[in-house]
Design a protein around this ligand. Structure first.
Ligand SMILES: *Cc1c(COP(=O)(O)O)cnc(C)c1O
Length: 380
């Protein structure tokens, strides 16, 4: 039997310093390597022992043959999107991470890429894949911040029948919860800044694939576009990922309880959590995710100023961008992560003044729970 996910997260094999017996791999800050070395290293922009260690552990977790690490999640997105050419169509789920939307609309549209947005929770829209023959399909599930769940397998079946590659941004789920390549995706992308590293002290991104051609494109993008990470950040992320399953187990336990607590609170309009029965795509979540993750989105019965006050009143949920660290965070997507998305799109999607997103951390549940009740009470 192959080793389990926790074992694979901890034991990545190679250390590139075998003769020392070191348990933790060293950091290789060297910018360049002697020509003709045994491992084939050349110049750090195109590869480094710390990149390779992280790539091997992430490949193992995502069940992928290949992975390429980048300086950030946005660098990983850039690597994929810049492999396309002017005139190509990108068919996107209409609720993507704000910086993905900004990169596509404000940068790559200027280079002649065509971008169209659809609601992939509506199965009728799967027909658009056949009608529009896009060059690539861009998905996120759960989506940021609305936690929509897309049927990755069903979408990939249609796309694969037309030879259209599908990218899934797996940042919110992580391979602990869902493995997009197993569901038929061509590319699985993750901002390793979030859960994979888990300690909010390094930025990184990765693209995993089983397709040798896409792998070559990613290797090219890493060196050709200068999207490589730093060896030190890779080392930190390789260290962080060891506790991914352990952290997520606690975070998911906390999030499940907090979602239920919020749903019962009189000041809360509604709560979105993939494994709650009232989630609109609960059935799909149960089918493709092993658990509900640790992000909760809620609509507060309050104006923007009061919603802000609630966020600021929290003691253990720091109001900040980002997610997935051991510490709890709260964010107001309309003015923070999705500030760059235009107003009409935000209104159409429901990213409004009373929407808040919680990234539930590893603290003691009683403390998080009391903190939330207290902050909500103060705005009543
Ligand atoms: C944060 C995030 C990114 C971007 O990652 P960075 O590491 O911040 O560049 C991409 N996708 C999703 C879903 C994210 O949450």
């Amino acid at each position: 039997m192959p080793p389990g996910l926790s074992t694979r997260a901890i034991h990545h094999g190679e250390s590139f310093a075998k003769e020392t017996g070191t348990v933790m791999p060293p950091i290789f800050p060297s910018a360049t390597f002697r020509h003709g070395n045994q491992e084939g290293f050349d110049y750090t922009r195109s590869g480094n022992p710390n990149f390779r260690l992280l790539e091997s552990v992430l490949s193992s977790l995502e069940n992928s043959e290949f992975s390429t690490v980048f300086a950030s999640g946005v660098s990983a997105i850039t690597a994929i999107i810049s492999s396309l050419k002017a005139g190509d169509l990108v068919l996107c789920e209409d609720n993507l991470y704000g910086c993905t939307v900004r990169l596509f609309e404000k940068v790559f549209r200027n280079f002649g890429l065509r971008i169209s947005w659809v609601d992939f929770t509506n199965q009728n829209n799967f027909n658009l894949i056949k009608e529009q023959t896009p060059s690539i399909i861009w998905l996120e599930s759960p989506t940021n911040p609305l936690l929509k769940i897309l049927d990755i397998k069903a979408i990939c079946e249609v796309a694969n029948s037309c030879n259209v590659p599908v990218v899934v941004d797996n940042t919110f789920a992580t391979p602990f919860v869902q493995r997009p390549l197993d569901l038929g995706a061509t590319l699985s992308l993750t901002s390793t800044t979030k859960y994979i590293n888990g300690h909010s002290d390094a930025l990184g991104g990765v693209v995993c694939t089983n397709d040798p051609e896409w792998n070559q494109r990613m290797i090219f993008a890493q060196k050709g576009l200068g999207l490589h990470p730093s060896p030190f950040d890779c080392w930190l992320i390789t260290r962080g990922v060891k506790t991914l399953p352990l952290r997520l187990e606690r975070q998911i336990k906390n999030a499940t309880a907090i979602a239920d607590q919020l749903a019962l609170h009189p000041l809360v309009n509604w709560v979105r959590y993939p494994f709650r029965q009232d989630h609109p795509q609960h059935d799909i979540a149960l089918k493709q995710m092993e658990c509900g993750g640790a992000i909760i989105t809620a609509s507060i019965k309050a104006s923007q100023s009061k919603t802000f006050l609630m966020c600021k009143n929290l003691k253990y949920f720091t109001m900040a961008e980002s997610l997935g660290g051991v510490e709890s965070l709260v964010c107001h997507p309309a003015t923070m992560t999705h500030a760059s998305v235009d107003e009409s799109t935000k209104q159409r999607l429901g990213i409004n003044e009373s929407l808040v997103r919680f990234s539930v951390g590893c603290e003691d549940l009683v403390d998080l729970s009391a903190d939330l009740n207290n902050a909500l009470e103060l705005v009543q």
